[in-house]
Design a protein around this ligand. Structure first.
Ligand SMILES: NC(=O)c1ccc[n+]([C@@H]2O[C@H](COP(=O)([O-])OP(=O)(O)OC[C@H]3O[C@@H](n4cnc5c(N)ncnc54)[C@H](O)[C@@H]3O)[C@@H](O)[C@H]2O)c1
Length: 254
């Protein structure tokens, strides 16, 4: 029996990396997937893979930072059982190298984008008897990572918002959890390596791989498997928690 049969899932940032893997896995488990992504090309690729495999997927070209765009998409969708707040951007630098515009950009997408989706989706879930929310936090929510000032700010906020939602809507049958991956090999990681470490791409990739004691980065599908469990009814007793998925990064880096 498919684990998400009959469920409707909204996945932000489903056009690439982790969001793509989650979209494909949720669709293969019977969910109708709605991707909210800024980049229609990536989202179209995800949708065509899903449709070729016999799954159901609809695209909504949305900038999650814009509340009116998120509200309009959610209104079109109707019933929603699952929300995955996944859209996110990176910034490398300590506070001295984080200009106001960098800070604002990361805040707008990673923090306000998640708030906008929560603001739009919670009333729909309440009206339909509940739902499951999964927020993409990070190891940067939990430990000090060098040169990730703005990014850590945003992922700390995700961690805290996820718990706040879990507390406030428990009696509406809404569960909210977060996952905290270490490095996952996606265009997000390749992008910030090539932008911030030009000419040192291979060395930096190796360094970031080895920073997980397990010796490599995660694969997006490994993150999607945990997301599937947490968003399925198998996790009905789990709410208000964060799950590191980190190749030993937090506890074994000694
Ligand atoms: N890759 C990692 O190592 C890693 C580790 C921990 C947490 N995360 C988190 O996981 C999430 C996904 O990361 P990824 O590596 O798959 O990233 P990615 O860059 O591969 O994909 C991000 C997706 O989000 C979309 N997006 C970006 N800004 C948007 C906006 N304003 N509105 C709508 N869509 C937007 C992009 O178009 C893209 O499709 C992010 O929240 C990231 O912070 C990633």
């Amino acid at each position: 029996m498919a684990k998400l049969a009959g469920k409707v899932a909204v996945i932000t940032g489903g056009g690439s990396g982790i969001g793509r893997a989650i979209s494909e896995m949720f669709a293969s488990e019977g969910a109708k997937v709605h991707i909210l992504d800024l980049n229609p090309d990536g989202a179209t690729e995800t949708a065509s893979v899903i449709k070729q495999a016999g799954g159901a997927c609809e695209l909504h070209t949305v900038n999650v930072s814009k509340q009116e765009e998120v509200l309009a998409a959610v209104q079109q969708i109707g019933k929603i059982d699952i929300l995955v707040n996944n859209a996110g951007i990176a910034h490398v630098g300590n506070v001295e190298r984080c200009a106001e515009a960098d800070f604002d950009r990361v805040y707008q997408v990673n923090v306000k984008g998640a708030y906008n989706a929560l603001y739009a989706v919670i009333p729909v879930m309440k009206a339909h008897g509940g739902g499951a929310i999964l927020n993409l936090a990070s190891i940067a929510s939990l430990v000090g990572i060098a040169d990730r000032f703005a990014y850590s700010m945003s992922k700390g906020a995700i961690y805290a918002m996820s718990m706040s939602i879990a507390r406030d809507f428990m009696h509406d049958n809404i569960r909210s959890n977060s996952i905290s991956p270490a490095r996952v090999h996606t265009p997000f990681v390749d992008g910030f390596i090539s932008k911030n470490y030009p000419g040192q791409e291979e060395e930096m990739f190796e360094k970031l791989s080895k920073s997980q004691p397990i010796g490599r980065m995660a694969k997006p599908t490994e993150i999607a498997k945990l997301a599937l469990f947490l968003c399925s009814d198998d996790a009905a007793f789990i709410t208000g928690n964060d799950y590191p998925i980190d190749g030993g990064f937090i506890k074994l880096n000694n």
